[in-house]
Each structure stands twice: as C-alpha cells, then as structure tokens.
Design a protein around this ligand. Structure first.
Ligand SMILES: Cc1cc2nc3c(=O)[nH]c(=O)nc-3n(C[C@H](O)[C@H](O)[C@H](O)COP(=O)(O)OP(=O)(O)OC[C@H]3O[C@@H](n4cnc5c(N)ncnc54)[C@H](O)[C@@H]3O)c2cc1C
Length: 530
C-alpha cells in the first residue's frame, strides 16, 4: 500500500489545479511546495484572464483554449475574477492591416469582438492615448492569481488532499525505471523523509526541468523572464492591449486598487530564476512603452516592480521566447522516456490551468484504471458558489469581494471587525480565517492571501498592526513556539520588509522615493540592497 495515489510537486496554479482535480476524483493526493503557494510564476504575472485575442494571430490553438477556459472560469471562479472586458488599441505607427487580420482570426477562434471608433473607445476609457486610430473590444478580464491558487488549494484540502508547504523535494525515489515517490526536506525543521506514491506529477514550473533530471529525463525548457510595474491607482477600468504583434509592455491590467503594466520577455539563465529582480533599464522600457497606451502613466506613482519566469518549453531558434508557443505540454514519461510513475505538466498559462489539470488527472486516472470524469468545469471553487451572504460593515463587504461566500466562515464578532489594512480594507476576521483555513504563517503569506500591504501605501501604514494581529493569532492557534506577541511581530516584520525592498528599490524616485524614505524611517533600515 503506497502512502498516496499521486504526489504533486509545486504549489503554483498548475499544481494546485492538478491536486484539486485528483482529489475531487477520489485519488489520495499530496501536494508538496518548497516555499509558500504562489511563490513562483503564479504569483508574479499580469493577472490577465486572457480572452485568447492576444494569441489569435500567431497561436490559434492557445487562442481557442483561452476563450474556452475564460468562459468556464468566469462561472466557477467568479470571486477571483473582475469582468473588466478589454480593448486592443491601434496607434498611428501600428499597421492597420494587422487589426483587420486580428478581428478575422479572433472570429475563427470563437472570440467575440466589437470594432470601435477612437471616439467610442475614448468614451469607454478616457485615459487611453487620444491619438489612437481605432480599437477592438474583446472579453478579456482581470483575475487575482493569488486568490485563484488559494481557492484551488483550499478545495483540494476540502476533498481530502494533504498540502505540505515549506517542504522541498530533494530527490525522487526510483526503483529501476519506476518513480516510486519523493524524498523531501521540511524547510522549517530540517527533517528529511520519504513518501511513496503510485504517481509523481511534476508541476514545478520552470524548476520542472530540474525535477525531471531527478527522474533521469530531460525537458528542454526556456526560462523567459517578464518584468512588470505596479502603479499606485487604477488608471483604467478595462484591460488595455496594443493591437499589434505581441511586444514589450503592451498590456495594462487594472487589479483591485492598482494598475499593472507589462511585460518584457528575455531569456535568463536558470540560476537567476530563484532571485528575480528588475533593472532600471527594464523599468524605463516598461514606462516608455506603457505611456504609449495611457500617457498619464508618466506622472503616476510607480509603487513596485517585480518579475516572474514563464515555464516555456524551449525553442532555441527564438532567444526571447516571445514567439514560443504558450501551449500546454503534458509529458507521459513512460511512453516518452521509458520511466514509469512520472508525469510532467508545464507550459500553458494561468488562464488555461484548469484544462492542464484536467488533462493531467485524466492521464493519471487512465494509468490507475480509475473511471472518474473531470468535474472542475462545473463545480464552483469555494467562495464562488453564490451562497447567500449577510455583510453589514465595510470590512465584511471587502472580505466578501475577495473571498466570496467564504466570508460566511469568518467571525466578525467582537474584535473581528477591526480594520487592519486601510488600502485594501482587510480586517482581523479575514486574517484569522487566512491563518486557520489558508495556511498563512508569515506576513508575506498573508499578503498573498488577503492583499495586506499590496495597496498604495505598500504596508507603510498597516505593517505594525498587521504584524501584531498575525502574531496574536499564530500564538492563540499554537502555530508559533514564541510566547510573546511583541517579539514574534518584530521577527515577522523584519522578514517581510526584506522582501518588500526588493520591489521598491528599482522604482525609487519622485513621490515613491518620499514614500520609501517614510517606510525606512518608520521601520528602520533593512539589510537589503537599499
Ligand atoms: C511575467 C509573466 C506574466 C504572465 N502573465 C500572465 C497572464 O496575465 N495571464 C496568464 O494566463 N498567464 C500569465 N503568465 C503565465 C502564468 O503565470 C504561468 O504559466 C503559470 O503561473 C505557471 O504556473 P505553474 O504552477 O506551472 O508554475 P509556478 O507558479 O512557477 O509554480 C511552480 C512551483 O514549484 C515550486 N517548486 C520548485 N521546485 C520545487 C521543489 N524541488 N520542491 C517543491 N516545490 C518546488 C516553486 O516554488 C513554485 O511555487 C505570465 C507569466 C509571467 C512570467
């Protein structure tokens, strides 16, 4: 008897989706993540729920996948999605023939379009470049990637899956040509142990190449870095794209109270994937190109820069990775390499994660002779089930906006209604829920689950309070060996600030410099690069 039917490596959107699908089908499932969930590309992307329009001209298969999944996710993951719609705008220097072809190819992929005059587009989005020559409306949307991963993990757990975060897979257990499980290290205690399973699923994103090597197989992957900038408020309410062949900084996505422009696409060495930072040159490029979409971006405070690495399967003929297919890559290593018990799932996009999970779970079920159909296209994620809610305060309403009907599981009695983060309106009850149900142990985990510290003040106003509330809850729930909330709060804050500075340093000028000075004076200098 093996410990599990499947062990999934990686707590990004792909691993989370696979674990959920397998658990719903009744497989004994374990997910292992070396850090926190969403620490890889899944927490470092644009947050665009693609309509597929971006790929319609060059990659029709991806375009068709995107629109299909876009429509499914609007239903089953409604609380993670803001139905913004999108505009593809053409500027005087853009080829008008591209737009005509774009509309035709969207039609072929099943993507609804509406051609707009410049005046019609400006009426919808007054801040876009007034020199535009035309626009096309498409069903793009904004998706909160952190929330999407978290809801999949929660549902996997509710269906019986075990989730181990801060546990790194050091090696695979192999007998002759069969993978039998994983050898993991608990990063908090240092304990090393072996866990056995019938199947191991490699969903480790760009690090999947390394995991594959543990099984003795090669996946030729291309680490393609993308850098992004976060602006201090929403400059538009729709997703704004450039109507041309995909290039740098041609997508602007509104995300809650901020806006995100991106991205670049550059091949980077594998060693860099663990330490992503953004250079001044990348910031300038993003700003210059972004201002062509929305000119007021030039005078808007940039609050942060970040970067992620796309897990693309390699094509040596394209050094940037821009034209490499964003298509799904499912590798059955038994038929491909003669290694049994091991499957890799990579490529794709956040938008297509559900389909990637379905394809992977289908393959595992076939191998294990289990006849259980996929149900994730119809089963809503926790929070998206349209259950009735009763929200009487602003803090409750904000929690409902983020967590949907899961707000019913939060306790707003007594101190529960206390406001902690003003930018994002996060209260104590939501933090308590995030610790108990969503595995939050640090302030950075809390940021990824609730958006504490992600708004315009970038934590400079709420950090003391958030650290103290989190420390009190961790101690009350016996999730920390510290007995003093003050000491624990100080340690949590120090760790959090180290990470925050990495994203602030590349955009430190003008108003943001003043904000950074305020943060530094209030919380003390960090050992970081500033
Ligand atoms: C800049 C950028 C912008 C993007 N924008 C969009 C967008 O707007 N819309 C969209 O649909 N897609 C977008 N994407 C693509 C999308 O983000 C990725 O396709 C998706 O997030 C990949 O998810 P994943 O789970 O496969 O990988 P990841 O999220 O990288 O997850 C892999 C996980 O494996 C873990 N791991 C690694 N090694 C080990 C180990 N030894 N043991 C245990 N765990 C391990 C890592 O810590 C990580 O958490 C973008 C990507 C980038 C980089």
């Amino acid at each position: 008897m093996k410990d599990y039917d499947v062990i999934v490596i990686g707590g990004g959107i792909t691993g989370a989706g696979v674990a959920r699908d397998c658990a719903i089908r009744g497989l004994r499932t374990l997910l292992v993540e070396r850090a926190d969930i969403s620490e890889g590309a899944s927490g470092r992307n644009h947050g665009l729920l693609h309509s597929g329009a971006r790929y319609a001209v060059n990659d029709s298969e991806s375009a068709r996948e995107c629109i299909k999944e876009n429509l499914i996710l609007r239903r089953v993951a409604a609380h993670c999605i803001e139905q913004t719609e999108g505009l593809f705008i053409s500027l005087p220097e853009d080829d008008p023939a591209y737009r005509d072809n774009f509309v035709e190819q969207c039609g072929k992929a099943g993507i609804r379009t509406q051609v707009l005059s410049p005046a019609q587009a400006l009426a919808l989005e007054p801040n876009i470049n007034p020199e535009l020559t035309g626009a096309v409306k498409v069903p793009d949307a904004a998706v909160d990637p952190f929330r999407l991963v978290s809801a999949n993990i929660l549902d996997a757990r509710l269906h019986g899956a075990d989730i181990l975060t801060r546990c790194e897979v050091l090696d695979l257990i192999k007998e002759n040509v069969t993978v039998m499980g994983v050898k993991i290290k608990d990063m908090s205690t240092g304990e090393i142990r072996k866990i056995h399973s019938h199947y191991v699923i490699n969903a480790a994103g760009i690090w999947g190449a390394h995991i594959a090597r543990m099984a003795g197989v090669e996946i030729s992957m291309l680490p393609s870095k993308g850098a992004l900038l976060v602006f201090g408020h929403r400059v538009c309410n729709m997703v704004i794209n450039r109507c041309r062949k995909p290039g740098n900084a041609d997508i602007l996505v509104p995300g809650e109270v901020v806006s995100v422009i991106g991205t670049t696409s550059d091949k980077v060495p594998f060693e860099q994937c663990d330490r992503m930072s953004v250079s001044r040159a990348e910031v300038e490029l993003l700003l210059n190109e972004g201002a062509k979409l929305v000119p007021s971006l030039r005078n808007t405070r940039i609050i942060r820069a970040y970067a992620g690495v796309r897990p693309l399967v390699s094509d040596d003929s394209d050094p940037s990775g821009r034209s490499v297919s964003r298509g799904i890559v499912l590798l059955d290593h038994s038929s491909r390499d003669g290694v049994r018990g091991f499957i890799s799932i990579t490529g794709g996009k956040l938008t297509s994660y559900r389909l990637m999970a379905e394809m992977t779970a289908d393959l595992v079920c076939k191998k294990l002779s289990i006849d259980k159909p996929c149900r994730t296209a119809e089963l809503p994620l926790p929070g998206s089930d349209n259950a009735k809610t009763k929200c009487s305060s602003l803090v409750m309403k904000a929690a409902e906006k983020r967590e949907g009907s899961e707000v019913n599981r939060m306790s707003f009695e007594g101190k529960g209604n206390e406001l902690v983060c003003e930018c994002e309106m996060v209260g104590r009850a939501e933090i308590e829920y995030a610790v108990k149900e969503l595995g939050v142990r640090t302030l950075d985990d809390l940021r990824r689950r609730t958006r504490v510290g992600m708004g315009p003040c970038q934590s400079s106003c709420c950090l003391d309070k958030a650290a103290m509330v989190l420390a009190e809850i961790l101690i009350a729930e016996k999730l920390s060996s510290e007995s003093g909330a003050g000491e624990l709060a100080a340690a949590l804050k120090k760790e959090f600030l180290q990470e925050r500075w990495t994203g602030i340093v590349p955009v430190c000028w003008g108003e943001q410099m003043a904000q950074a000075e305020y943060l530094r004076n209030k919380y003390g200098k960090c050992d970081s690069t500033i």
